[in-house]
Design a protein around this ligand. Structure first.
Ligand SMILES: Nc1nc2c(ncn2[C@@H]2O[C@H](COP(=O)(O)OP(=O)(O)OP(=O)(O)O)[C@@H](O)[C@H]2O)c(=O)[nH]1
Ligand SMILES: [Mg+2]
Length: 201
């Protein structure tokens, strides 16, 4: 799949603000600073589309990007930002959960984890949450450029074990050097065409 058109559409602080438009949505989930916004920029090849920062806690609202006039990529605030106040953390958790539970058009979540580290307890909770609500998800191990092939090979089994996913279910990605970009796009395309077929039946 090629992304020909990508535009920012709306920021939400509460799910009910967005009634949906009948178009499929694919959302980025992960701890603060893991690279959710950067992944959207890498997919769309537009480094200025979603705002990124080396400081955690940059994305503070649910941001919707319309892609090819056909589906939405949804950038969510991160969790696990230690320096945020309790009030801020509660607000972000409410936004993330409100969106994940409430969106009728959410087709898949990309659960991002940092390939350098074992998933955190927050990552584990998030994956449990997705399983509990039967939200389809794909684990994306990002920042792959920061590790050698050998180091990736050592870390991936830890990620799989901690999140109880199979190695072939994890996509390795880097927003810096574009690793895994094509695979992610194929994955999205499959998701979208699969849903087309579903709706024809
Ligand atoms: N080397 C490298 N750096 C990355 C990669 N992805 C993101 N970064 C960097 O990591 C930092 C955080 O990236 P963001 O995309 O803002 O992270 P986020 O998950 O959206 O963070 P929040 O909005 O705070 O939840 C930035 O400095 C990015 O340049 C990657 O694949 N490789
Ligand atoms: Mg962000």
């Amino acid at each position: 799949m090629e992304i020909k058109k990508a535009k920012f559409v709306q920021s939400l602080s509460a799910f009910r603000e967005f009634p949906g438009q009948g178009l499929p949505e694919i959302a980025m989930v992960g701890k603060s600073n893991v690279g959710k916004s950067s992944l959207i920029n890498n997919l769309t090849r537009n480094s200025k589309l979603a705002r990124t920062s080396s400081e955690p806690g940059k994305t503070r609202l649910v941001n919707l990007f319309l892609i090819n006039e056909a589906f939405f990529l949804v950038d969510l605030p991160g969790y696990g930002f230690a320096r945020a106040s309790k009030q801020e953390k509660d607000k972000w958790a409410e936004m993330i959960e409100g969106y994940l539970k409430g969106s009728e058009n959410l087709k898949r979540v990309f659960q991002l984890v940092d390939i350098r580290h074992a998933p955190t307890s927050d990552d584990q909770l998030m994956v449990e949450y997705l399983r509990h609500y039967e939200i389809p998800f794909t684990v994306v191990a990002t920042k792959a450029d920061k590790l050698s092939k050998a180091q990736r090979g050592r870390n991936l089994p830890v990620i799989c074990r901690t999140l109880a996913v199979q190695p072939w279910e994890v996509l390795v990605h880097s927003s810096k050097d574009g690793t895994g970009r094509e695979l992610l796009l194929e994955h999205i395309e499959k998701e979208l065409t699969q849903n087309d077929t579903d709706s024809l039946i």
